[in-house]
Design a protein around this ligand. Structure first.
Ligand code: NAP
Length: 324
């Protein structure tokens, strides 16, 4: 089957970590663009991107990377996107679509929007897909398949430019939805930012417990703790920026969370088994709903492989009547 014509001629990626390198791999695999230029902050990352052969040109400066590009995607931490917009603004091609992948959208609109010239189309985006790994080696072409990419076009954005960007993300396998930046930040505060904060907290708390040794925490982590450690291993720079940039929505959700935690605390203290059972029944249904809409695998334990039984049966300490 022949591939459709590329949607953009030249894509420029500013930042080539997990997300930037996944976009490069997927855009190439799908023929979504004719050529890709990229820049990253450090010489080490630029060297690695060149070694991996992920893009056509690796450039030292962000300004050089965007020259002649008709789609620019800033794939750097939220806190530096405003600076990057300022740096690239004089070098953007007229009519280009300028986007990003930041996990917070209000701050991106605030920081990038005013820096960009009127003759480009600014369409912020957030692919809701990721892992706890960082850097160009961590990316993979399938990262966005079946995941959502949320576009937050500012009022008055050109619908044709929004549709071109939506088509690009669909070509990478994503489902696309548009919403206002403020709404995005509220939704993501509960679905992503608060879970990360809770994971960072619980892993830190376990680390500080005097009566339970660190080796016990690690050894018995399959009891639930290890699932938090995956999230708590996420990139510190990225997540520092997310909490600073989405402060209001996170604080609002945290307020509700603290009230709910107080209710469960009270139920445990009072021995109110019905309250606990009802709560856990409701949350189990939410997990099933996520599986039903294809946002996670139905396999138990996230589909983790389990080791085979040993080839030699284990010695049986207790003889039963049937053994005799
Ligand atoms: P990452 O793996 O740490 O990569 C970040 C990249 O940005 C690196 O290549 C870094 O270069 C580059 N960079 C930093 N400052 C720069 C600057 N001033 N100019 C040019 N490049 C610069 O991070 P990531 O996970 O891909 O995250 C990137 C963005 O995607 C963030 O805004 C994050 O909120 C968003 N996001 C992340 C996820 C996730 O799960 N990780 C999911 C959705 C969206 P060096 O390597 O040289 O420092």
């Amino acid at each position: 089957m022949t591939k459709p014509a590329p949607l953009f001629n030249r894509l420029a990626l500013i930042g080539v970590g997990l997300i930037g390198s996944s976009i490069a791999r997927a855009a190439r695999a799908q023929g979504a663009v004719r050529e890709i230029a990229a820049s990253a902050r450090s010489a080490a990352t630029r060297r690695r991107v060149a070694e991996l052969g992920l893009v056509d040109q690796v450039l030292e400066s962000n300004a050089a990377a965007v020259a002649g590009a008709d789609l620019i995607i800033v794939c750097a931490p939220v806190g530096v996107c405003g600076e990057i917009a300022k740096e690239i603004a004089p070098h953007l091609k007229s009519g280009a679509v300028v986007s990003d992948v930041g996990s917070v959208k209000g701050a991106i609109v605030r920081d990038m929007g005013p820096e960009l010239p009127a003759n480009v189309h600014f369409v912020p985006a957030h692919p809701v897909a990721g892992t706890e790994h960082s850097g160009p080696d961590a990316g993979f072409a399938e990262l966005f398949v079946g995941r959502w990419c949320i576009l937050t076009p500012p009022a008055g954005a050109d619908p044709a430019a929004v549709e071109r960007l939506a088509a690009f993300w669909r070509a990478l396998g994503a489902n696309v939805e548009s919403m206002p930046a403020v709404h995005h930040d509220l939704v993501l505060a509960i679905t992503s930012h608060l879970p990360h904060l809770i994971a960072y907290t619980i892993v830190g708390t376990a680390d500080e417990l005097g009566e339970v040794t660190r080796s016990e925490v690690l050894k018995f982590s399959a009891g639930g703790f290890r699932d938090f450690t995956r999230i708590a291993a996420s990139d510190p720079t990225m997540w520092r920026d997310v909490f600073l940039a989405n402060k209001d929505a996170v604080l609002e959700m945290l307020g509700t969370f603290n009230e709910d935690l107080a209710q469960l605390t009270r139920a445990i203290r009072r021995g109110d088994g019905d309250a606990l059972f009802d709560h856990f029944t409701r949350t189990r249904a939410i997990r099933r709903g996520i599986v039903d809409i294809g946002q996670d695998s139905p396999a138990p334990d996230f589909g983790r492989p389990h080791p085979d039984l040993p080839a030699e049966p284990l010695p049986r300490p207790y003889a039963t009547a049937d053994d005799k």
